[in-house]
Ligand binder design. Structure first.
Ligand code: SF4
Length: 276
């Protein structure tokens, strides 16, 4: 390699490193545009797909980019990795903050050691000023870990229910003594049919976004909204996503968040104060 080529190569490496650091910052602990949270906290990263909602996983795309850029911590790509150096991050933040835990993974991943979960929950317990939102598609491990445990009051616990065949996750969630139990029905991929929302406080619904997004029929979120009204559960409609209410593909911002002519930003009574 000539001197000029070497120099160009090292400049390229510097740019890659900087981009990697920026992406790392975004994925590590960042302010977020997710409407119902403020920051993400990723004490572990990496995952693997377990159901149809995982098909176009954002975290996988991001992790693979970080690996390609040689970013520290992502040598394993989307493989599961513990990040113990991030464990204490919330302790250093004084301002009460809503954290979405493990946006780049699943907290109850098969390779997550229960001792490490103990350490995560210890941080949560020691920072009652913060709120932690935990969302999983691994309801059985969640249930196994949390049985006979008192979940700290500052945890909102949720399961993803993206389709009719994943509704069974709700039964695992309702048995756990969490201060807020919520469903993330996103990306909504079919008509979920009848929902038993007993002991569920909050339902968040949204369509898929991104290049490979799958369309959502307007009848599907309407069915969920109706059942939330009947069963007196707070309903939050997050977005149409890439496919609009009229079935046309366009920018998700243009497709917006109106359902049946209005925006649904409902929160459970217990947590309304967090969104004033
Ligand atoms: S569980 Fe979540 S993080 Fe894991 S593959 Fe599925 S969508 Fe991605």
């Amino acid at each position: 390699m000539g001197i000029y080529t070497q120099k160009r190569f090292s400049n390229f490496q510097v740019v890659l490193e900087l981009m990697g650091k920026f992406l790392m910052y975004l994925c590590n602990m960042r302010t977020t545009k997710i409407e119902w949270t403020e920051q993400t906290w990723n004490p572990s990263v990496g995952c693997h797909k377990v159901s149809s909602g995982c098909k176009n996983c954002y975290a996988e795309t991001m992790a693979n980019r970080l690996k390609a850029m040689g970013t520290k911590g992502y040598e394993n790509g989307f493989g599961f990795s513990l990040m113990p150096e991030r464990l204490e991050q919330p302790l250093k933040i004084k301002k009460p903050t809503k954290f979405f835990v493990n946006s780049m993974s699943d907290l109850f991943h098969e390779q997550m050691p229960f001792e490490y979960l103990d350490a995560i929950f210890e941080v949560i317990e020691n920072t009652p000023r913060h709120t932690y939102q935990v969302l999983t598609k691994r309801e059985k491990i969640m249930s196994e870990y949390l049985k006979n445990k008192d979940l700290p009051k500052n945890v909102w616990l949720g399961v993803t229910v993206e389709s009719r065949i994943t509704k069974y996750r709700i039964d695992y969630l309702r048995k756990i003594n969490a201060s807020i139990r919520f469903l993330s029905i996103e990306p909504l991929l079919d008509d979920v049919g009848e929902l038993d929302l007993r002991d569920i406080h909050w339902v968040i619904v949204g369509g898929e976004s991104g290049i490979k997004a799958r369309p959502m029929s307007s009848a599907w979120p309407m069915n969920i909204k109706k059942q939330c009204e009947q069963q007196e559960v707070a309903f939050f409609f997050k977005q149409w996503g890439t496919w609009g209410a009229d079935g046309v593909r366009r920018n998700k911002k243009i497709n917006g968040r109106e359902l049946d002519g209005r925006v649904y930003n409902e929160y459970p009574e217990l947590i309304k104060e967090y969104f004033k």
